[in-house]
Design a protein around this ligand. Structure first.
Ligand SMILES: [Fe+2]
Length: 486
């Protein structure tokens, strides 16, 4: 009770902090899915505003604009921005004054500002950084430099903004100083006056970095570092020790106990903020590149399995290209259903791989030109289960398996392999079923010619609610209609 009062009294919005219970056993918090960056441009030249706006919109940014610093401050106060780019010489209020005012604003001071100037002299550049700008770009190089700089600033911001730092120090003045500097840089801060209180906080919150004093009452920085390093859920948090004790042997011992770095007091507060940012950038940069690497591996795996399916279908002129067609139809349906990009991608993969299990079906059944007998039919009906089993060892494709296993289920429960009914059938499987049926109807078979588009659509409409999911049929019909109008 005392602790929670203490944290709140120190100005930390504890509801916004990552709690252990909310993240379960997750070892790493990744940045949230990206929303388009919002950028404000200040320049008195409509031509420059227009050109910059065009470039930034091409980068996917949402752009607002103003012609002077006064209007800029009003807009910055009323809306949220990820970045502000400002000219220097403007009527009413110049870019330097604007930047200095923004940096002293209680809630807007963490927005990075890029100064865009036609002058390239040392004094201006120095002054820009003095008033808090993140970058200084000359107008002659703007088109060339701005994309890279903006991307770099936004990447860094999305990586670091809102990260939580736990500061442990028994000196109220040092806690206060670090608290202010880190908050100004856009971090959230948890404060503790010794290692024991820090441990209590670590039982409830998961910070992204710990900054700890060495000598403290109750539980010192060395013991805290050891405990954190030996805890499975906390060991990955970068731990930086701050102390006036510059003893080398002690520093080595701390590094052995798992400390990431050592800052010798008295330190410059800017140096502490930069060190904090560098550690978090490096750490999350590594996590992001690992995630990109895993995603690249997943894509390669999908490409390899898709090639197997293509090779399987290529042996039979009647099924050649079937899975690609189904994938394309399911993607159209997913877009029609306003699914997000992640679900659309999942739909594409499910469409491509839905008949993967046919790899396990004997050729004399799979390539038979005449109708199948009962026994052969039963064997062919095993292909959804076989497809699911082939993919089951691949953890990164686990979200596709239900669609593959259930793509021959029917809404009325008369499908296979499990006879699932209605919404017991995963949505993606119901979507694949519609696309699969349409593509099969419009394709030639050894024993019949393919139906025309109109005939196939009439059959699909008739199957709505018995064989096929009504909502999926409706979205399929809408997407077909849309494409016929294109
Ligand atoms: Fe199938």
């Amino acid at each position: 009770m005392f602790l929670s009062w203490k944290v709140n009294a120190l100005g930390v919005d504890s509801d916004c902090l990552p709690r252990i219970s909310q993240i379960g056993q997750a070892k790493v918090r990744l940045p949230q899915a990206e929303s388009p960056p919002r950028i404000l441009i200040l320049d008195d030249s409509p031509t420059i505003r227009y050109t910059l706006k065009k470039d930034l919109r091409q980068m996917g940014a949402i752009v607002s604009e103003a012609a002077n610093g006064v209007d800029g401050l009003n807009i910055a106060e009323a809306e949220d921005f990820d970045l502000i780019i400002t000219d220097v010489e403007m009527p009413l209020m110049d870019g330097f004054t604007f930047c200095a005012k923004l940096k002293s604003h209680p809630t807007k001071n963490s927005i990075p500002v890029v100064i865009l100037s036609s002058r390239e002299n040392e004094a201006d550049i120095e002054y820009a950084f003095k008033v808090g700008a993140s970058n200084y770009i000359t107008k002659s190089n703007a088109r060339k430099d701005i994309r890279d700089r903006v991307k770099e600033i936004l990447d860094r911001r999305s990586l670091l903004n809102g990260r939580t730092v736990l500061v442990v120090d028994d000196s109220p003045s040092i806690r206060n100083l670090i608290d202010k500097a880190l908050k100004k840089a856009g971090f959230r801060v948890l404060l503790a006056e010794n290692g024991q209180i820090a441990l209590d906080l670590l039982g409830r919150y998961l910070p992204d970095l710990i900054l700890s004093d060495l000598h403290m009452p109750m539980l010192d920085g060395l013991e805290l570092c050891k405990i954190v390093h030996n805890n499975r859920d906390l060991a990955q948090i970068p731990f930086i020790i701050m102390s006036s004790d510059g003893d080398r042997a002690k520093m080595r011992q701390l590094l052995e106990y798992g400390a990431s770095s050592y800052l010798v007091k008295p330190f410059n507060i800017e140096q502490l903020v930069v060190t904090t940012e560098r550690f978090l950038s490096d750490y999350f940069g590594r996590v992001l590149s690992e995630r990109k690497h895993l995603e690249a591996e997943r894509q390669m795996l999908i490409a390899s399995i898709s090639s197997l399916v293509l090779a399987l279908e290529a042996r039979d002129q009647y099924t050649r290209g079937h899975s690609e067609s189904v994938a394309s139809l399911v993607v159209d349906m997913a877009r029609e259903m306003s699914m997000n990009e992640g679900l659309i991608e999942r739909a594409r993969i499910a469409g491509k791989l839905h008949d993967l299990g046919k790899i396990g079906i004997r050729d004399d059944i799979l390539l038979k030109s005449g109708p199948l007998n009962d026994e052969e039919w039963k064997i062919l009906q095993l292909h959804p289960i076989m497809g699911a089993e082939i993919l089951s060892p691949i953890a990164s494709l686990a979200d596709i398996i239900p669609a593959i296993r259930s793509h021959h289920e029917r809404i009325d429960g008369k499908g296979y392999p499990e006879g699932l009914k209605g919404e017991q059938i995963p949505l993606l499987a119901r979507m694949v079923a519609v696309a699969d049926t349409y593509d099969a109807l419009t394709s030639d078979r050894p024993y019949r010619k393919g139906f025309s588009n109109e005939e196939a659509l009439a059959i699909i409409k008739k199957a709505k609610g018995e064989q096929l999911c009504p909502e999926c049929v409706e979205s399929f019909l809408r997407s077909v209609e849309k494409h016929s109008l294109d």
